[in-house]
Design a protein around this ligand. Sequence first.
Ligand SMILES: [Zn+2]
Length: 159
Amino acid sequence: MNIDVVRIHFKDSHGDDEYSYKYLPFQYCCEYLKNCPVISFGTECNTIVDDDGYLNETDVELPHFSISWDEPIPYEDDTWSYYSKITHCPFCGASININVVKEEDMTSQYATMNKLRDSKNEIRRKTDSLKEKDKLNEEIRELDEKINGLWNFGEYNVE
Ligand SMILES: [Zn+2]
């Protein structure tokens, strides 16, 4: 099973390099993997059991398929989700290959969107008109969606 992903590059407000991934439409190797509720495709932290048997979390660069399970957090009324990367489909045995097919530089778009957001925010702060405030709120909300969309893992939109 081959999955093509696009790497998005931009710089955050501190000037540090940031990357996110978008996947292109792909075919699952089999229906079992597609419908398996505990296996997901994403960028969640991978979990590795080290030599001492402790679970370590490591940042995984590339999107991947992982099996997830929940374990209770000691002394807390809550659970923690663990993700363990798989490289083969556990149902049909197909190997899972993730290929970065291209990198897109969105640095200037990201900076422009943030600048626009700041200036709209500034106008909103100064205006006394409620109607104007509502309009700006809506515009800022739309911008936030676009900005978050850059950070988040998801399907690649061909525009
Ligand atoms: Zn399969």
